[in-house]
Design a protein around this ligand. Sequence first.
Ligand code: SF4
Ligand code: SF4
Length: 126
Amino acid sequence: MAVMITDLCINCNTCIDECPATAIVSADESPLADAEFTYVKPEKCIECVDGSVPKCFDACPTEGAIVWDMPYTPEFNAYYVSGHENGTYLIREHKKKGLLSPEAQPRPYRETISLEERKSHAPLAF
Ligand code: SF4
Ligand code: SF4
């Protein structure tokens, strides 16, 4: 995903309008069943690779609400597709292209963030 939002989120929704990739939606608009928190669509997040810091992190008033997740690349296809199947993520299904999985549509990611930080869902910090 790129980044994900945790249960520390206070649903202020400040991050939504800041995202250059329109990857963030409110709990009410989340594709997850019974969502309680603002949600990042992993198939859209580009980790704000062109900026010095991710815009959502810059806007968020809540320490630890936004954490790293795995790169949205073919290497992590099974990770995201299994999350789609168990409802952790709900990746968009395009009418013609099908599931917009990491294999079908890889996204840019920050190579400076280690896989350890991503696996442990370390909070963003700059
Ligand atoms: S890292 Fe950037 S692209 Fe990803 S959700 Fe945050 S603001 Fe959007
Ligand atoms: S800015 Fe932070 S606390 Fe507010 S909705 Fe986004 S992730 Fe949650």
